[in-house]
Ligand binder design. Structure first.
Ligand SMILES: Cc1cc2nc3c(=O)[nH]c(=O)nc-3n(C[C@H](O)[C@H](O)[C@H](O)COP(=O)(O)OP(=O)(O)OC[C@H]3O[C@@H](n4cnc5c(N)ncnc54)[C@H](O)[C@@H]3O)c2cc1C
Length: 342
């Protein structure tokens, strides 16, 4: 039931980092218990003199030529924003293996971006996964997002592949044996749904860091407090690498609600009314989505967060708008300045 959360995002064309450190608990201000007022309380001018945050973008590998063209338009459009890196997901059961490889390698050769390849433990013995990792290293890919993954098809209990890496910790250790990759791993502010307890989940995160991970990227969340509390608990546990918030702009609320239930992310009470009556109005939904995600980032910025990882859904427009609002801007293009509007 909780499995294949990632596959669903991928197959619905609706997919699912870096320097946050110990400043959050000290900088934390008292937040009201959610509500629109809390969301809106972020002072739009606060931090206007702050230096722009660092961002990273996540894409999923395209399935069709049309999707591929769209992805490359997106990549070209976000490239001037100077992301720290861009990552490409890996479908459940290795279902996107070839497409993930092709996309990551093309980012390496055709752009100035730093690509990161997601890799999971699912559906392959260690030798096969090691061979993929060596291919990446030999092709100049230096950053891997190392994950356990979920069983293909979205159903059933996870069982490690015979002879495979069982958990993300094992994969991190295996990758480090192959080459000195930069490694990111997943973290769950509201707990991984299969974890025995929040403590057990944090112990698992600590094991991944001890095995050699350099940073964590979180599952998406909407409650800023949940993330901040999680960071405090992780620091108390000795997690001393960046815990980068994963930001998901919500354009399709019904779908995200379903997905959130599967991966244990809570939906704040103020959120559903924001999308009420907009089912047939995607343009307004997109404006609302950009505004909510930008407010979430700005509230995080107010707590000293300086790195954000965006789940882009392979779309540039929302991401460019959100980045603009939080101070991440590329050089102004000739197209943008050629004709005044209005
Ligand atoms: C930023 C991000 C990117 C992602 N990208 C992808 C992707 O590209 N492709 C994809 O398929 N999925 C992806 N996922 C989803 C991820 O694969 C799932 O959430 C998966 O269920 C857990 O992966 P993990 O790496 O966190 O697993 P792990 O860290 O291995 O943990 C999984 C669960 O097992 C438990 N556990 C760990 N070790 C043990 C042990 N020794 N014994 C018993 N239990 C243990 C943990 O507490 C946890 O509940 C991503 C998730 C995030 C947050």
């Amino acid at each position: 039931m909780v499995h294949a959360r990632y596959v669903q995002w991928d197959s619905a064309h609706f997919p699912g980092y870096f320097g946050l450190m110990a400043t959050t608990s000290r900088k934390r201000k008292t937040e009201s218990a959610g509500g629109v007022s809390a969301l809106l309380a972020a002072d739009p001018l606060a931090g206007s003199e702050r230096k722009p945050p660092r961002v990273s973008f996540e894409f999923f590998p395209p399935k069709t030529e049309e999707m591929e063209e769209k992805l490359w338009q997106t990549i070209k459009r976000v490239e001037p924003l100077g992301p720290r890196f861009v990552s490409v997901t890996y479908g459940a059961g290795g279902s996107t293996r070839a497409r993930t490889h092709a996309t990551v390698l093309r980012i390496r050769t055709d752009t100035g971006l730093e690509p990161a390849a997601h890799l999971t433990c699912i559906g392959a013995p260690r030798d096969a996964i090691d061979a993929v990792a060596r291919l990446y290293w030999d092709s100049g890919i230096r950053h891997v997002v190392a994950l356990r993954g979920d069983p293909p098809g979205g159903e059933g209990r996870y069982t490690p592949h015979p002879g495979g890496y069982a958990y993300a910790t094992d994969l991190v250790a295996g990758l480090k044996r192959i080459a000195p990759f930069e490694i990111s791993v997943a973290a769950y502010p509201e707990m991984h749904p299969e974890a025995a307890s929040p403590e057990a989940d944090l112990d698992n995160l600590k094991r991944k860091i001890d095995a050699g991970a350099d940073r964590t990227i979180t599952q998406f969340f909407f409650e800023v407090d949940s993330y901040l509390r999680f960071v405090d608990r992780a620091h108390a546990k000795g997690v001393d690498v960046p815990i980068v918030p994963g930001i998901l702009p919500v354009t399709n609320f019904a779908q995200v609600k379903k997905f959130a239930a599967l991966c244990g992310a809570s939906i704040p009470a103020w959120m559903p009314p924001m999308f009420d009556g907009l089912d047939a109005d995607p343009d307004t939904r997109r404006l609302v989505a950009a505004s909510i995600a930008a407010e979430q980032c700005r509230r995080l910025q107010a707590h000293g967060i300086e790195d954000f990882h965006f789940y882009t859904l392979n779309r540039a427009d929302l991401i460019v708008a959100i980045c603009h609002m939080i101070g991440v801007r590329g050089p102004v293009s000739a197209d943008a300045v050629k004709a005044p509007v209005g």
